[in-house]
Write a protein that binds this ligand. Structure first.
Ligand SMILES: [Zn+2]
Length: 455
């Protein structure tokens, strides 16, 4: 009986974690007036007791409706609380406190257009009309984003079926599917993505399903950029013996603040990467390669094709998603740049963590204890030590096994151990590694010493 209970609760747990919210509906964009008109239905919403529905503060809600087409009363219109760029909404209901599995919403927003004019600042959270394009990343909450308060988790990657009508423009892109020309376009994705919207009047180039949007890059240079992307993708897929399935979208966009000449800022909403001020024609050098820095950057980002939202659950979620992605970028650097550059990278990472304090992985209680330095420096260095100890092949086999486990379970250190055994690593040797590099009081120093010794 106990076993049955455990099995049932595991099933329920994995359902909650891996349920994908679906968004369906219509978007109308008026590029000349800076208007967004949206009508959406959200379904397959997991049961969350302590929830908020987040919507950009510039959006005015017409109404929420339930599956019976009845109005739903809600809190947040008067004296609503802000969260980032959004206002928090919750439903007023006597019968239930959890968020319903499905609801509909209609809303409208008007935004300023910065055409030859500037805002003092620009960042990923702004719905930016610049007279040519509209940029609305998931961070803006231009579509309803669900916040799970007790887990402090934003649910913003949805599968979608969305029709976009555009006035004053001719091209629309929604993250995860190919950009489309025309005044009315229909976008469908069965894989969940954060919904970055990029629309307006622009051109794009395509190669093997990968795209560069809104840039006057010439065909020859575009091909070279795509060649580099292809090399990184095929390397990653050879490490993990799994096909690279995501198409990559590089977007050139114009910031709405005044920027120093030559300066550039970018953001990514995987698998899209947006840059401003970057000359795509100069992305590759005379030898036809992107810079070593970009090999590392793209290596990390593209590794999220494998270790992304699929492993983002549990206390160690940042380690599984970010540290493994970054560890894989070391191998991209080693294989596609040179050992010398990898040494520079590793030394820089060591420098960055030498004065920081970390909790060992086995004692992590809260997922945010794995902070930026932990995710992007300590974690990948720990995995590098694992590779130094057991070799690249076995390490790759461990990663492949973790991906298998992640299909139905939340990853833990137990899975790491099981994966090591499955990959032919001796139990005692694994425990020796675990005691020294994970559980030891001086684990950070042990990692630093090991990396230094190897380089
Ligand atoms: Zn990352």
């Amino acid at each position: 009986m106990k076993n049955i209970k455990i099995i049932i609760s595991v099933l329920l747990l994995s359902n909650t974690i891996f349920a994908q919210i679906h968004i369906k509906g219509n978007v109308e964009i008026d590029m000349d007036l800076g208007l967004l008109n949206c009508s959406f239905n959200l379904s397959n919403i997991p049961e969350i007791e302590d929830y908020r529905i987040l919507l950009n503060k510039g959006m005015n809600i017409k109404y929420f409706k339930n599956t019976k087409n009845e109005l739903i009363n809600y809190k947040g219109h008067y004296d609503g609380k802000m969260q980032g760029e959004a206002i928090e909404y919750t439903f007023r209901s006597k019968s239930t406190t959890s968020i319903p599995n499905e609801f509909s919403i209609i809303y409208k927003g008007a935004f300023p257009i910065y055409k030859n004019e500037f805002n003092p600042f620009d960042y990923k959270g702004i719905i930016a009309f610049n007279g040519e394009t509209l940029r609305a990343a998931e961070q803006t909450k231009w579509y309803p984003v669900i916040y799970d308060a007790s887990n402090d988790k934003l649910l913003n990657s949805y599968t979608y079926n969305v029709t976009v009508k555009i006035k004053g423009g001719n091209t629309v892109f929604i993250n995860g599917t190919a950009p489309k020309k025309g005044n009315v376009s229909h976008f469908i994705s069965k894989k969940p993505y954060p919904l970055l919207l990029f629309a307006g009047s622009y051109i794009f180039v395509e190669n093997n399903g990968d795209y560069i949007l809104n840039t006057s890059i010439n065909t020859e240079n575009a091909e070279k950029v795509f060649d580099n992307i292809e090399i990184i993708k095929s390397k990653l897929s050879s490490y993990l013996n799994l096909k690279f399935t995501d198409n990559i979208y590089l977007i050139s966009h114009k910031a709405i603040n005044k920027r120093k000449k030559g300066s550039s800022w970018g953001f990514n909403t995987y698998p899209a990467f947006a840059f401003t001020g970057l000359d795509f024609n100069n992305l590759v050098n005379e030898q036809g390669n992107i810079s070593k820095r970009n090999f590392k950057y793209f290596g990390h980002e593209f590794a999220h094709n494998y270790f992304g939202s699929n492993v983002s659950s549990g206390k160690l979620s940042w380690f599984w998603s970010e540290s493994i992605a970054d560890y894989l970028s070391y191998n991209i650097v080693e294989d596609l740049c040179d050992m010398g550059y990898l040494k520079i990278v590793l030394l820089k990472e060591i420098e960055g963590i030498k004065d920081a304090n970390f909790i060992s992985l086995n004692k992590i209680e809260n997922k945010n204890e794995i902070n930026g330095k932990y995710r992007y420096s300590l974690g990948p260095l720990l995995l590098k030590c694992f590779e130094d100890t057991f070799g690249r092949n076995k390490t790759n086999l461990v990663l492949i096994s973790l991906l298998e486990f992640a299909k139905s379970e939340t990853l833990t250190l137990q899975h790491f151990k099981k994966s090591a055994m499955k990959s032919g690593i001796n139990k005692d040797k694994f425990e020796e590694f675990e005691n020294y590099f994970i559980k030891d009081e001086n684990f950070k120093q042990n990692i630093i010493n090991e990396i230094k010794k190897k380089i």
